[in-house]
Design a protein around this ligand. Structure first.
Ligand SMILES: C[S@@+](CC[C@H](N)C(=O)[O-])C[C@H]1O[C@@H](n2cnc3c(N)ncnc32)[C@H](O)[C@@H]1O
Length: 280
């Protein structure tokens, strides 16, 4: 039986109030030290769920392989191993509540990798450019509207970053990418996680990051081939049409995602990427 929209809306408001409550924050502060002490791969699912983190033990494998839905932390962690061998910093565009940003920071910290991570988001959901994605079509999604995905805040994510001792590693960059990415213009990147759904956002990010990727650096696309967000393929394919690299699929737990790895040497473009995909 489908729930009435007013019931769903009340449920969302209650959850939002709980997440921002004193009690939820106290619980986070209480659990964070024990989570920080052990490898993120060993973090029990219940602790991660209470703190809003995506960790391997919380992943529910899909029945069938499909390029659908939320980010998969096992894919992220395996690409981090490869990407962080390249020079430069890391960036996530599309942080929402920090469920993948914070584990990325913990993973690096636990391995003693001293790189900076930037977390870019409006922290108020999608802007007016979502109109183009609505026009583009694709499967219907509750969040496909102006201010969709706005049940978060910069304060909420900053509290998590602080509770897990990641203030020195993670910098939050609030605002729409088109207005904020220039702050990072002097940097080189080894890993960028694009989890930003919209055509315009993917286009802006590809134009900004691709030229700044170190050789061997990886850009992971969360929505490539996702039937809900066709704007991702359109933006990525348009941008890569005259580049040597093409998207490579990676699969874990029947979650299928795609990434592009910046060529190490111009003449042997992307020769390493299929190796990484086969290893999965
Ligand atoms: C799917 S959520 C990110 C999910 C997160 N990585 C996770 O796994 O929990 C998409 C996010 O992208 C952000 N976003 C999309 N386009 C944006 C833009 N142009 N500027 C800033 N934020 C944007 C939205 O605000 C939203 O928080």
């Amino acid at each position: 039986m489908a729930l009435h929209p007013s019931v769903l809306s009340l449920g969302r408001k209650t959850l939002h109030a709980w997440r921002h409550s004193f009690l939820a924050n106290a619980l986070l502060r209480n659990l964070a030290p024990s989570i920080t002490k052990q490898p993120i791969e060993n973090c029990p699912a219940w602790k991660a769920k209470l703190c809003g983190l995506k960790v391997p033990q919380l992943v529910k494998p899909r029945d069938e392989a499909a390029p659908l839905g939320a980010a998969n932390i096992n894919i992220i962690l395996s690409l981090l191993d490869e990407a962080t061998q390249a020079d430069g910093d890391l960036c996530e565009c599309g942080v929402f509540r920090g469920a993948t940003l914070v584990p990325t920071g913990l993973y690096l910290k636990q391995r003693g990798i001293e790189k900076s991570i930037f977390g870019c988001d409006s922290f108020e959901g999608f802007g007016a450019a979502i109109a183009f994605d609505i026009e583009l079509g694709g499967m219907g999604h509750e969040a496909k509207r102006v201010h969709g995905m706005n049940s978060t805040s910069m304060k909420y994510v900053a509290e998590r970053v602080n509770a897990f001792g990641l203030d020195e590693m993670i910098t939050l960059v609030p605002g729409y990418f088109e207005n904020t990415l220039q702050q990072l213009a002097d940097r080189t990147f080894c890993y960028v996680h694009l989890d930003c759904d919209m055509y315009d956002s993917y286009r802006t990010c590809m134009e900004f990051f691709y030229p700044r990727m170190a050789p061997g650096g990886i850009i992971l696309f969360d929505e490539y081939d996702d039937p809900y967000w066709p704007g991702c393929n359109k933006a990525v394919d348009e941008y890569l049409s005259d580049k040597p690299e093409k998207p490579v699929r990676i699969e874990r737990d029947n979650f299928v995602k795609s990434y592009v790895q910046k060529a190490r040497v111009e003449a042997t473009a992307n020769t390493d990427a299929p190796e990484l995909a086969r290893a999965s």
